[in-house]
Design a protein around this ligand. Structure first.
Ligand code: GDP
Length: 140
């Protein structure tokens, strides 16, 4: 399987509860390497752009407000099949439906405040990484 890069966000509910290290440990245990990472406060415009695919959904406003409510940690993860692998490690969007041992089952508070984001395709991974990192910030 090819080595890929995926984009990850540790969301405000995770940073607020001091879970950066605990979640990073789950990421690394799964064989993914954190090749870029920074803690930032994203702007409303960045959140709206990032989640623009969900603009028409009833939860869009709530989602944007949540994402700007506290700092987030943005990351690039690298590994074999990293995009699908990280989606597996994250678990289902709704933590009550997520498998045991996944980040969301272990840590998420709700379907909205669900601790992590991970890209869902190679195309989106490339777009999302470039929204938050320049090439020389990613060190594999
Ligand atoms: P993901 O790829 O598993 O993160 O899920 P989606 O792309 O479907 O949704 C993006 C994000 O929107 C989720 O991670 C949640 O934070 C949020 N979200 C999705 N569905 C709901 C919902 O029904 N209610 C609320 N409040 N937020 C939601």
């Amino acid at each position: 399987m090819a080595v890929e890069r995926t984009f990850s966000i540790l969301k405000p509910d995770a940073t607020e509860r001091n879970l950066t290290g605990a979640i990073n440990a789950m990421i690394e245990k799964a064989g993914l390497r954190i090749v870029a990472q920074k803690r930032v406060r994203i702007t409303k415009e960045q959140a709206e752009q990032f989640y623009s695919v969900h603009k028409a959904r009833p939860f869009f406003g709530e989602l944007v407000e949540f994402m700007i409510s506290a700092p987030v940690v943005v990351q690039v993860l690298e590994g074999e099949g990293a995009i699908a692998k990280y989606r597996d490690v994250m678990g289902a969007t709704d933590p009550s439906k997520a498998a045991d041992g996944t980040i969301r089952k272990t840590h998420a508070k709700s379907i909205g405040e669900n601790s992590v984001h991970g890209s869902d395709s190679p195309e989106n991974a490339a777009i999302e990484i470039s929204q938050f990192f320049s090439g020389n910030e990613i060190v594999g």
